[in-house]
Design a protein around this ligand. Structure first.
Ligand SMILES: Nc1ncnc2c1ncn2[C@@H]1O[C@H](COP(=O)(O)OP(=O)(O)O)[C@@H](O)[C@H]1O
Ligand SMILES: [Mg+2]
Length: 264
């Protein structure tokens, strides 16, 4: 029986797809069988982030329209054999892609995986509902910016209408230097404001963009790599550790780093 987790936010561009792909990798490294389901139909990019776009033969819409079996649409990750991607389509016949049909696909994946991570589109309309209805848990992604907080608040409210077992928060793009300089809210404060359990903190990390441009998930020796591993442990073992984004900006060396960043 898989845990079916939708990764959502309301606002676009806050890091849902990035978190979905990298959390999937970290869970796969914990020997979990993971499938990433791209439900962002029409604006899909999970395939690009995971570098599998040239391996796609069928997609989720083909499964829904009975053009193929579910296993035929699954693409195995190039580096992690436990990780699969169910790609989305560039275009589709809207009438077929109903919440009920998406839920059926997710249910069927239940038998083969430990984790089904659903990459949700932005917004709070029909496509959002389609992505959430198959899940039994939600991970809400927020960045420490006012507009993102406001949208997350709306989404948290919307999620109460679904029968979810758990809803938790990941704060993305956190800058430790700005927190220490009191220019950014820290993740615990954000979780307190939104009144939701905090289960992950991901730092602002230029490596994410670098790896993405190569069609790869993040790799060793960068802060976000560690942060995604901690998030996966929190999800898998219900651990409570959080990545400390302020650590490298503390002490004399850290203070100098903060000064340099401010001057750039
Ligand atoms: N922690 C981070 N640090 C730096 N850049 C990030 C981080 N998280 C996401 N990004 C960048 O933000 C952009 C939007 O991310 P994406 O995952 O596509 O958002 P969404 O799926 O919510 O629309 C991408 O260019 C990605 O590289
Ligand atoms: Mg996305």
């Amino acid at each position: 029986m898989a845990r079916k987790i939708v990764i959502t936010s309301g606002k676009g561009g806050v890091g849902k797809t990035t978190i979905c792909a990298n959390l999937g990798v970290s869970l796969a490294k914990l020997n979990q069988r993971v499938v990433l389901v791209d439900v962002d139909i029409g604006l899909n990019n999970l395939d690009v982030v995971t570098g599998i776009e040239n391996k796609i033969v069928y997609d989720i819409v083909d499964v829904i329209e009975n053009k193929c079996r579910i296993k035929q649409a699954l693409v195995q990750d190039l580096n992690y054999p436990n990780l699969y991607i169910m790609p989305s389509a560039h275009s589709y016949n809207k009438s077929q892609v109903t919440a009920e049909n998406v839920k059926k696909v997710v249910e069927e994946l239940n038998d083969y995986f430990d984790f089904v991570l659903i990459d949700c589109p932005a917004g709070i309309d029909e496509p959002f509902k389609r992505a959430v209805c198959g899940a039994d848990e939600a991970l809400v992604v927020v960045t420490p910016h006012l507009s993102s907080l406001r949208d997350a608040d709306k989404v948290l409210m919307m999620l109460t209408a679904f029968n979810l077992n758990s809803v938790s928060l990941v704060v993305n793009r956190v800058r430790g230097d700005m927190i220490l300089d009191k220019e950014m809210l820290d993740a615990n404060k954000i979780a307190e404001i939104l009144n939701v359990k905090l289960c992950g903190v991901i730092p602002e990390d230029d490596n994410i963009a670098t790896f993405l441009s190569l069609g790869k998930t993040v790799n060793k020796n960068c802060d976000s790599y560690l942060a995604f591993n901690i998030l996966a442990k929190n999800m898998f073992e219900d651990a409570k550790k959080l990545f400390d984004c302020t650590e490298k900006y503390k002490g004399i060396k850290g203070f100098l780093k903060r000064l340099i960043r401010k001057r750039i």
